[in-house]
Design a protein around this ligand. Structure first.
Ligand SMILES: [Zn+2]
Ligand SMILES: [Zn+2]
Length: 582
């Protein structure tokens, strides 16, 4: 496409604008303004005329020298003009000038000039024309881009999720610096390519490139996102070993990492030791406490923050409202929502309204939640309607659930399942089946839950009913034995959760092999009898697995920590820190 545009521009341009000097000398392989070909031409002309007439020959030689000088200086100015034009485009953000300059570059034969190509690529990127930049990059045969430009190209493509182009550029670079590695690692984390991020970090260390605070900031975030405690401890140790001073970014990243890895006590002790003069450090602590369902601690931290004269921002309020929502503190939550505007002049954003819908919805105050949605100054997004639908499912209100579904323009599998479950919860089996039928007709598959557990520095992932693990046989043996034992303790499976009107045994069979149960069984198989087991799940943990794990913790006398999509559950001696409210 880009070639077509350039061709069109070339046709429109006056052919006379082509330099006569250029029309004689083939410019196709010129890298920088070359004086060599002109010199050879002068030489030939001189040799040709020398034998005809010496005076004419001298005259022609002088003329040629002048033309050579003019041509070379115009060459330099041409190149300079092209550079200036492209530099200017980055500021003026004028696409037609970039395309025009691109056309001129092709016409003048500067296509292979790496400094101009690099400028063109960066100009297209800054104008958000990544397709053009991508095409140009694919055509680059010899990589002579400057380090700064290459780094910028990597960062730009990582930002839009085009990891493969970033990797190509990285591979082609003859020289890399710490910014190159940081752009790659940070880019992988941003695009949720966690394995590659870890791999690149290790590769960086083995290539003797010293990581800096930006590298650590990405890697610490990475450990938190994966919830990998062993890796987290290793990275923290490395940070200390390298003697990198903690700034507010690293401090908040560490607090966040340990919170997300289930170590709220370590997060708290780091918080106590570091400087508190930036709001992000407070936010990390408040959000960490909220995630662990420690609403009272989150509120206390907020008060301390006020005492130390640090002004809260909108993220602080997301944390505090989430904390209230997870613990059913509807009144306090409502009060903080009011204070946001009246005391701190912070206008509530979409996520604050979402927290309020969640706060009322979880507490079963569905009408209040609906009122919040109706009173929003902006239109509610799909996340808000889903939170509302989820509350309708928990509190068995199919009519409001239908309202939520009617507002979600592109229903995904989770929405169908939630609505179908809402009907199941009030025993409307036929209507539930209709929803399932609609889901099948539209070709939407139910998204499966995934759970994972870290063991020996490796993440072991399980899907519901998964039999792909190399130790499947032992895992199922442990699980079957445990199921029998827990049944003896009087456990009743929550069969209403399994969709459709099928027999109770079938439903029970389905529930027994949920991903979190498989991950837990693997944890029991591999770990020592007293150690705690930490399982992560991509969705909210189901009621059945939650009650089952509470009994497992009592029977085996083990601490089980489940990190689901919403929060942490620390299950010990038959009780969970969430107080069964999540
Ligand atoms: Zn389950
Ligand atoms: Zn719980």
């Amino acid at each position: 496409m880009i070639r077509q545009i350039i061709k069109r521009i070339q046709w429109r341009k006056n052919p006379a604008s082509i330099s006569p000097w250029r029309s004689i000398h083939s410019p196709s392989i010129i890298e920088f303004p070359s004086t060599e070909s002109s010199a050879i031409s002068v030489e030939f002309t001189f040799i040709r005329f020398r034998f005809v007439n010496p005076s004419v020959s001298v005259l022609i030689f002088v003329c040629n020298c002048i033309s050579f000088y003019v041509a070379s200086s115009s060459e330099f100015s041409e190149h300079k003009l092209l550079v200036q034009s492209l530099e200017g485009c980055k500021i003026s953000r004028n696409l037609s000038t970039v395309i025009g300059t691109h056309a001129r570059i092709v016409k003048l034969g500067y296509e292979t000039c790496s400094s101009l190509t690099s400028l063109l690529v960066t100009a297209y990127i800054s104008l958000n024309r990544l397709n053009f930049a991508r095409q140009l990059l694919n055509e680059v045969a010899y990589w002579k881009f400057e380090l700064v430009s290459s780094n910028w190209i990597i960062a730009s493509f990582m930002k839009v999720g085009d990891v493969s182009i970033a990797k190509n550029v990285f591979d082609k670079m003859p020289k890399r610096d710490v910014i190159t590695w940081n752009s790659m690692i940070g880019g992988f984390v941003r695009n949720a390519r966690f394995d590659e991020a870890f791999r690149f970090f290790r590769k960086m260390l083995s290539s003797n490139m010293e990581p800096d605070k930006f590298t650590f900031s990405s890697v610490i975030t990475l450990c938190g996102r994966v919830g990998a405690l062993d890796q987290a401890k290793w990275v923290h140790g490395l940070l200390t070993e390298k003697g990198i001073e903690l700034n507010f970014i690293l401090s908040s990243a560490l607090i966040d990492m340990y919170s997300k890895c289930g170590r709220i006590e370590t997060a708290k002790s780091i918080f106590e030791k570091v400087r508190h003069d930036d709001v992000s450090v407070w936010n990390a602590m408040i959000n960490g406490l909220a995630m662990h369902g420690l609403a009272r601690d989150a509120i206390a931290t907020f008060s301390k923050m006020e005492d130390e004269n640090t002004l809260p921002d909108s993220i602080t309020f997301v944390g505090i409202l989430t904390a209230c929502s997870h613990c059913g503190l509807t009144q306090q939550g409502h009060e903080y929502f009011r204070l946001m505007r009246t005391k701190y002049s912070i206008e509530p954003q979409l996520e604050h309204y979402g927290s309020m819908v969640d706060l009322f919805g979880r507490a079963g105050l569905l009408e209040e939640a609906y009122e919040v949605i109706k009173g929003m100054p902006m239109s509610p997004d799909v996340v808000i309607w889903r939170a509302f639908l989820s509350a309708c499912r928990t509190h068995r209100n199919p009519s409001l659930g239908e309202v939520a579904v009617s507002k979600i323009s592109h229903l995904d599998s989770g929405d169908y399942v939630l609505l179908s479950n809402t009907y199941c919860s009030v025993s409307k089996w036929d209507t539930a089946e209709n929803v399932r039928h609609m889901m099948r007709q539209k070709g939407v598959n139910k998204s499966r839950g995934k759970s994972w557990i870290e063991f020996g520095g490796v993440i072991h992932q399980f899907k519901s009913g998964d039999k792909s693990h190399s130790e499947t046989e032992s895992i199922y043996k442990i699980l079957e034995r445990l199921i029998g034992r827990i049944k003896e303790e009087g456990f009743k499976p929550a069969t209403e959760l399994v969709l459709m009107d099928i027999s109770d045994e079938e439903k029970e069979g389905n529930l027994n092999y949920h991903s979190e149960k498989l991950a837990l069984a693997y944890g029991i198989l591999k770990s020592s009898p007293v150690s705690e087991i930490r399982v992560s799940k991509n969705l909210r943990t189901c009621i059945d697995c939650h009650s089952w794990m509470k009994l497992v913790s009592k029977v085996l006398k083990r601490v089980i920590i489940v990190r689901d999509r919403i929060r942490f559950h620390r299950i010990e001696d038959g009780l969970c820190t969430c107080g069964d409210y999540w």
